[in-house]
Design a protein around this ligand. Structure first.
Ligand code: IVH
Length: 672
């Protein structure tokens, strides 16, 4: 590459890497896969090695991660938190050993400790005289965020160490993670209550750590594995990495159990080959094997490369399966908020045992940045729990490509001119009656976290729309069993049941209705705050954006969206019709100290037989009670459903009464 082209490419790479860092570390929403990030990073490292004049002091190759976000107090690490270099092949691992052997020839016979590389969020735990005093995120490596209060809620972080022999002051480094099973459970809960789901366990762990309310962190159920100690100027009571892990465990730190010793690199490669197939099967994200020189003495001798990575350790990584296939077409799905979601229709291809024929393209800005075009050969990957995604085009010299992709100016379903709100990556169809939006919004309206209309899933919504029985959610309430009987798939009983379920949903509180209406940015929590503050739909509909914005917990985006919703005549008409049809437009607020459950505190856990958790919580609150996340001695009772986990255990341990749904309903004197 010529100087000018190299400079331009280096600048482009820095921009892409900084953007990816910001999305990953600050926003907790990665935009590109790890494999792609590694590729960009390596390309930049290679370019800078070849053209040293292109190195800039602020290049991302000189630092780790992004600047800390501002909400937390800063914490300066005693010793910088380093990252690790990667080796993707045995040959790269051998090169690493050769480089080290030039500095310390003993490394070839000193032995290696192999550890599973946990894919979570890096943390540093400071212990003074054996007591946990500060916990921090990595931040930019030198300075992180003080998240002590949140880390105290991670139940397996030892608050006071066992045994003896620890340095007076030390920082223990580890990785906070969310187990895959807890991640799946959490996403199920979020899906049920209509909240956006998390992309992967790693990001939900990082997000949970940086919550401003430690109660939220606790409810996520994070765990930790520890693997490293920094104690400047102090001698550790162990001489090798393998013994250090043992020592950490004795002091009470959780240590990943699959670590092993290897006498030399050949043995290490054999052990790695055994560990690799295991990684996917663990209940936590593991993205490689860390190979560490065993004697700690050699760590000091080998030192670090800049402030970025130690020489004595390297991450042996296994590239996720990436396949090349043809992108046949870029299609767009219009979501209920009107967001236009582009996705790729692919020539079907098998990745990791699953046939993939569509993959997300995230948003139009990303299609443009990667210059993805219809007809391109593209790289597709399916890493971990992440949905299939297109990494980018494979451009071959001499092969003619289609035209650059033009994002639509009009909604592909209803042809309204699209809107692109400032500062947002998504593009929206503004037409509330757009058939694409209507379908998604009716599905959302009827879903479990919203109006909870049993038996009204996406297929039936489509059938009702196709048969022209409904155009909007208000029409649902005028459907008769006779009309349903004319449709395929309905018998007398099922038609009657669906109409009953629809009619029963009329009594839901205002907060549920507000959430079900699918107003942009209004989630379960926002809807509750609005309903409690205003009490009636009428009061809310007449409030200005400024007034709504003054409510604690409601931000400007929600306030604007709510005021905008009620300013739209079509929406006002819809609300009027819903009111005439007999839907409840009030929030039942049991006055302080009133209602059958007044002064009582409940915790709900597991899947209840008929009520969703949201509905059970509403019911308790409407009867004057409170619902909390954690079980304590103050808890009146824990309401337990199927597959209840640690909360049930805790209730038993504390002697808190355990009741089922039927008992709750009896106490609240309510019907589901
Ligand atoms: S050793 C100086 N060991 O991976 C200590 N890191 O990509 C360097 N990680 O920053 C880290 N499991 O957050 C080490 N067994 C393990 C690890 C591990 C996960 C994380 C750690 C590190 C990152 C580097």
């Amino acid at each position: 590459m010529k100087g000018g082209a190299a400079a331009a490419r280096a600048a482009e790479l820095r921009r892409l890497i900084e953007r990816a860092n910001h999305a990953y570390y600050v926003l907790d929403t990665p935009e590109i896969s790890d494999a792609e990030y590694d590729r960009l990073f390596r390309e930049l490292q290679e370019l800078e090695a070849k053209h040293p004049e292109l190195r800039t002091p602020d290049s991302p190759t000189h630092r780790v991660g992004a600047e800390p976000a501002s909400a937390f107090k800063k914490h300066r690490h005693l010793v910088p938190m380093l990252s690790l270099a990667n080796a993707f092949t045995e040959a790269e691992l051998a090169e690493w050993e050769e480089r080290n052997a030039r500095l310390s020839p003993e490394v070839t016979t000193a032995g290696y400790t192999l550890e599973v590389k946990i894919d979570g969020a890096a943390v540093s735990l400071t212990y003074q005289d054996g007591v946990f005093v500060t916990g921090a995120t990595r931040g930019n490596g030198v300075e992180g965020e003080d998240v002590t209060a949140n880390l105290r809620t991670v139940l397996d972080v030892p608050l006071r160490l066992h045994g003896k022999g620890w340095p007076k002051l030390m920082e223990v480094r580890g990785e906070v993670y969310l187990s895959k099973s807890r991640f799946a459970e959490l996403n199920k809960e979020r899906e049920r209550s209509g909240e956006p789901t998390f992309a992967n366990p790693r990001n939900s762990a990082a997000g949970a750590l940086r919550q401003l309310d430690p109660k939220i962190t606790r409810s996520r159920g994070l765990k930790i594995f520890c693997f490293h100690i920094e104690a400047p100027g102090k001698k550790l009571p162990v001489a090798t990495q393998h013994d250090l892990l043992q020592q950490l465990a004795e002091w009470g730190f959780p240590v990943e159990p699959h670590h092993t010793l290897a006498a030399d690199l050949a043995a290490a490669n054999r052990e790695i080959a055994k560990l690799e197939p295991l990684l996917d099967k663990l209940d936590y994200g593991a993205d490689g094997v860390v190979v560490k020189v065993n004697p700690l003495e050699l760590h000091a001798e080998l030192g670090t490369v800049g402030d970025r990575e130690p020489r004595w350790a390297i991450a042996r990584k296994f590239a996720p399966e990436v396949r090349v296939t043809t992108l046949k077409e870029i299609r767009i799905n219009v979501g209920r908020t009107g967001a236009l979601n582009p996705y790729a229709v692919l020539e079907p291809v098998e990745i990791g045992g699953v046939t993939v024929s569509t993959a997300t393209l995230h948003n139009f800005a990303l299609i443009k940045a990667k210059d993805i075009r219809e007809g391109d050969l593209v790289e597709v990957t399916r890493a971990g729990e992440v949905i299939p995604q297109v990494l980018g085009p494979v451009i071959k010299k001499g092969v003619r490509r289609g035209r650059p992709y033009q994002p639509p100016e009009r909604c592909p379903v209803c042809k309204s001119k699209v809107e692109h709100p400032q500062g947002e990556v998504m593009v929206y169809c503004p037409n509330v009656s757009c058939p694409g939006r209507v379908f998604e919004s009716i599905v959302h309206f009827a879903s479990r976290g919203a109006m909870d209309i049993r038996g009204l899933g996406p297929e039936r919504v489509k059938a009702l729309l196709d048969a022209k029985l409904i155009k909007d959610v208000a029409d649902l309430y005028e459907i008769t069993p006779l009309q349903l009987l004319a449709l395929e798939g309905f018998a007398e009983k099922s038609a009657g049941q669906l109409v009953d379920a629809i009619q029963a949903s009329k009594d839901r509180p205002l907060s549920t209705l507000l959430f079900a209406l699918g107003i942009r940015h209004v989630g379960v929590q926002g809807a509750r705050l609005l309903a409690r503050h205003f009490g009636t739909m009428k009061a809310l509909a007449h409030a200005s954006a400024d007034r709504i914005n003054q409510i604690r917990g409601i931000g400007e985006a929600i306030a604007e969206a709510v005021a905008g919703f009620f300013a739209e005549p079509k929406n006002r008409k819809l609300i009027e019709r819903l009111e005439k049809l007999g839907l409840n437009m009030k929030e039942p607020i049991a006055a302080e100290g009133e209602g059958p459950l007044a002064g009582q505190v409940y915790v709900i856990t597991g899947t209840l037989p008929s009520l969703s958790r949201v509905r059970a919580a509403e019911l308790i609150e409407a009867a004057g009670g409170h619902v909390t996340d954690g079980v304590s001695k103050k808890t009146t009772a824990v309401v337990v459903g199927a597959d209840a986990g640690s909360k049930l255990e805790k209730a038993k341990a504390l002697g808190v009464p355990v009741i089922d749904e039927a008992e709750l309903l009896r106490r609240a004197r309510a019907k589901p």
